[in-house]
Design a protein around this ligand. Structure first.
Ligand SMILES: [Mg+2]
Length: 443
């Protein structure tokens, strides 16, 4: 039973100095310090349970997200959790429609990242109070309640609530079997850990052969900074993994539209399944042009990790601008908005392959994609979830990967809670790790 009035919301800036090792580096983000705005929500209920929520950032700028979370707090404090989840659509709309704050969005940018962190904490708390992992809370929810969490505003021209209900009703056929299958075998994953742009060829080789030994069959390589360099690195990785295994490429928005087509025509010999974020994430028609041009080469377009909201996803789907849709658990307005995108993707028959990595993105998004398989898509064809082997040790309930698959979490909640000592050490700027690093910079 859902219970408690929200008595406290706190937020802090947690950063990991990943830039020191080149981890996470790509053609556009050369020195990311993987970070999170970390929200903790407490209630006056006697159970003492807390909700934890994050949104992912790259270091600088986290303090701006923290400010936005504080600005949103007034909508959450003193609310009864029952009232929030009893009308989650209404609450989502209240949060995203604040008459003054929406001017710095609406439903995009910093204020939307902050919305995600707050709502992620509420979903974590709800699932914990129900004693279920989030994916199971969603799987067990009756379709009407599930749909009452979604704001259908701006998407009813492609998906009405009635159509969404039909999709969920259809998804109930065989769902018990699919749940058992997930519990036994997990959800298929691919790895991005081997081929960050800042890694040397030796590191790449070393990581790739270890990944092969660990049973990985799907790999992603970062491209886009230098063509000759890309050709060398893609050849190296394709030679190592062999012709049968799956290779994806990710340009992280580096190119103009014609450049993307030209560059990928040169990399086509390495048989990538997709090119991810070939150009600006806002360029819907540009993605459509690239998709059309690369289709004869057998290369699809994937995008979504910096897609603002459900409206942009709607248009990407309408324009045939992507062949793989990449939801992100911390960019969109939490579970609420991601549910609407999963349902739209299902309507258009486009496979969802979530974006993950960063801080905690794997921990969160696994819940959404496992739910998607059990209750919405019922298919694993051309579907896999990104995996990056970083920073899991800072989470209380880290992901479990077996045979290159995500095993469904069993602990109650949204797997968002970080270890207290990790937060203490990595708080910016006063945690022990940062105090040392910042003092070093001054010298
Ligand atoms: Mg990417």
């Amino acid at each position: 039973m859902v219970r408690g009035r929200i008595s406290r919301l706190s937020v802090c800036d947690v950063r990991f100095p990943t830039s020191l090792g080149g981890h996470g580096s790509d053609a556009m983000h050369t020195d990311p310090d993987y970070s999170a705005a970390y929200v903790i929500i407490e209630t006056d209920a006697e159970d003492g349970l807390k909700g934890y929520g994050i949104t992912f950032t790259l270091g600088k700028g986290t303090e701006v997200v923290v400010c936005a979370v504080n600005a949103l707090a007034q909508h959450v404090l003193n609310k009864d959790l029952r009232d929030i989840v009893g009308d989650f659509r209404g609450f989502y709309r209240q949060l995203t429609s604040d008459g003054q704050l929406r001017w710095i969005g609406p439903e995009k940018g910093v204020v939307h990242l902050a919305t995600a962190a707050v709502l992620n904490a509420l979903w974590d708390l709800w699932a914990k109070q129900e004693g279920k992992p989030l994916w199971k809370l969603l799987v067990d929810m009756d379709p009407k309640t599930l749909l009452s969490c979604i704001d259908f505003r701006y998407i009813t021209d492609v998906l009405t609530e009635e159509e969404a209900y039909e999709i969920l009703q259809k998804g109930r056929v065989g769902n018990r079997e699919r749940e058992a299958q997930m519990l036994a075998h997990g959800y298929p994953a691919y790895t991005t850990s081997c081929a960050w742009l800042g890694y040397s060829d030796d590191t790449l080789k070393q990581l790739c052969s270890k990944a092969l030994k660990d049973g990985w069959t799907r790999f992603k390589v970062k491209v886009g900074a230098d063509l000759q360099d890309d050709i060398r690195r893609c050849r190296l990785i394709r030679d190592m993994i062999g012709p049968e295994k799956t290779l994806m490429m990710d340009a992280n928005q580096r190119w103009d539209v014609p450049e993307a087509v030209e560059w990928m025509s040169r990399l086509a010999e390495f048989k990538p399944l997709w090119i991810e974020e070939p150009t600006s994430p806002d360029d819907i028609l540009g993605h459509a042009t690239i998709s059309k041009a690369l289709a004869p080469l057998g290369i699809g377009v994937a995008t979504g990790e910096q897609c603002h909201n459900r409206v942009i996803f709607k248009q990407l789907l309408q324009a045939n601008a992507l062949q793989f849709l990449q939801i992100d658990s911390c960019r969109l307005g939490s579970v609420n908005e991601n549910l609407s995108v999963l349902l739209m993707a299902q309507k258009f028959g486009i496979p969802v392959c979530p974006h993950a990595g960063g801080v905690g993105l794997c921990e969160l998004v696994q819940h959404l994609i496992i739910f998607d398989y059990i209750a919405v898509s019922a298919s694993l064809k051309n579907r896999m979830c990104e995996y990056v082997d970083h920073l899991h040790e800072h989470f209380k309930y880290p992901v479990i990967i077996k045979k290159a698959s995500y095993m469904p979490p069993k602990d109650a909640g949204y797997s968002t809670e970080m270890k207290e000592e990790s937060v203490k050490k990595h708080r910016f700027p006063d945690g022990e790790v940062w105090k040392k690093l910042l003092a070093g910079q001054e010298n």
